[in-house]
Design a protein around this ligand. Structure first.
Ligand code: CA
Length: 447
């Protein structure tokens, strides 16, 4: 079954000039999101080059029919949840029609281009929102190198269940924000001296975690699990995700029920949803497990998922400090990794999550878990990069870091590359650290 079609043709060009050679959003990508145009209300849109194609305006101009019209109408409101609920076919029809409307040599180019003042907005003039009302957020732990490194640094080993169960915890949906939103350093309980009592105050080990986000499209009924062979059909798309983490708070609070306040204060995502269709050329086989590892249990095993269910996407995290900004220097590259490093496929996450009968809803979001590579260059968090603060990172401004300081900005990016295909990306996932709130300052211990 080929998932490739004319929308992936690398020779296809777009009449929106900035889309040509765009590192993230050429015509082969067409990611979906929600934006407010200048003086307009929030609605669905498609990132194309430096512009946004307005789905509500295009639907009003009768540019779609059939399943594509159903999809465009569902994407005309302030969230994409109605489109997500429709499942795969309308989304595929919308992609094909958008590619036709935006291609340089399309039959309707002149008509569409004539309406471009209504249909296209400069992205820089718009406000980009979260793409959906996120009912539930679940954070997995499927990056095996991160799981191994983090477990060791917290003084634990990889738990015996890790290679059987796609481990996760239920996260906090209310504090998810789109790229560009600042992150306030949390206060919390942490141990300042070994063996001493906890004190309440600003987190001193603020960290990032480079994860991949998975958007759920059509859901399942309560009590009705999704089989592994159908699980991929429930995925609407993907984004980048930074699971900001307060390591000192986490170390004290997480036994025995897992992370709580150390993770719930902010999670940043890239706001454009890259669809499974756009990622079809970048599908790859799931990495073969080492021969001593157990085989997944039958409800998590599907031959096709093993052959095609992983993605080959390069991930890069950078740090921009106040010193680098002041000296107009480039961000410091922290790490390079790849989504192939995940121990479980996205379909396995969906199948496992619903195997209890738990119902997923359109607009639910999963984090993959921090994706680190096998070497020190691949570490997707400061915890791993600095060995929990023991090996500071030095940057070109002369500053050094063990964990993140106020004014630091983390920038996550990703690129999909394959010979014979147009490269596509996700746009940025970035956030600047702000000083802690002073509203509890009378309760804060001096450091
Ligand atoms: Ca995480």
């Amino acid at each position: 079954m080929s998932l490739l079609d004319e929308t992936h043709d690398p020779a296809r060009q777009c009449w929106v000039a900035s889309a040509e050679g765009h590192p993230d959003f050429p015509i082969q990508n067409l990611p979906l999101g929600v934006f407010s145009p200048p003086h307009g209300e929030a609605c669905g849109g498609v990132a194309i080059g430096d512009a946004i194609f307005d789905l509500r305006a295009a639907a009003a101009a009768a540019m779609f029919s059939g399943a594509a019209q159903l999809a465009a109408a569902a994407a005309s409101g302030p969230t994409l949840n109605p489109l997500m609920a429709l499942g795969k076919e309308p989304r595929v029809a919308l992609r094909k029609r958008l590619s036709e409307l935006l291609r340089s040599d399309g039959a309707e180019r002149k008509t569409v281009q004539g309406l471009s003042s209504r249909l296209l907005h400069y992205a820089a003039d718009c406000v980009i929102h979260l793409p959906a009302a996120i009912g539930n957020y679940t954070d997995f732990f499927a990056g095996i190198h991160h799981a191994t490194n983090a477990s060791r640094l917290f003084g634990l080993g990889l738990t015996p269940n890790y290679k059987y169960v796609p481990i996760a915890y239920h996260g906090r949906a209310s504090s998810l924000r789109p790229s560009g939103t600042s992150v306030r350093r949390p206060n919390g309980q942490r141990i300042l001296e070994i063996g001493g009592p906890p004190r309440f105050g600003p987190c001193q080990k603020l960290d990032h975690e480079f994860e991949f986000g998975v958007w759920i499209g059509s859901g399942n009924d309560l009590g009705d699990p999704v089989s592994i062979s159908r699980a991929a059909d429930h995925i609407f798309g993907y984004c980048l995700l930074n699971d900001w983490s307060a390591r000192d708070v986490q170390a004290w609070e997480m036994q025995p029920l897992g992370p709580f306040l150390s993770k719930n204060f902010a999670t940043t995502i890239s706001p454009w949803i890259v669809t499974p269709e756009a990622l079809a050329p970048f599908r790859t086989a799931q990495s073969v497990r080492p021969k001593d590892d157990p085989q997944p249990l039958p409800y998590l095993w599907d031959d096709y998922d093993q052959r095609e269910g992983a993605l080959n996407i390069e991930l890069e995290a950078s740090l921009l400090t106040p010193g680098l900004k002041a000296q107009r220097k480039s961000p410091h590259r922290l790490s390079v990794a790849n989504t192939r490093e995940l121990y479980w496929t996205f379909a396995q996450m969906v199948a496992h999550h619903t195997s209890s009968g738990c119902n997923l809803l359109p607009g639910d979001l999963f984090g993959s878990g921090t994706i680190s590579g096998p070497t020190s260059e691949g570490c997707g968090s400061m915890l791993e990069l600095t060995q929990n603060g023991k090996k500071p990172i030095r940057v070109a401004s002369g500053e050094s870091r063990t964990y993140l300081e106020d004014g630091d900005e983390i920038i996550l990016r990703a690129i999909c590359r394959r010979a014979g295909y147009a490269s596509i990306g996700f746009g940025e996932c970035r956030g600047v650290i702000l000083p802690p709130s002073r509203s509890l300052s009378q309760n804060v211990d001096p450091v």
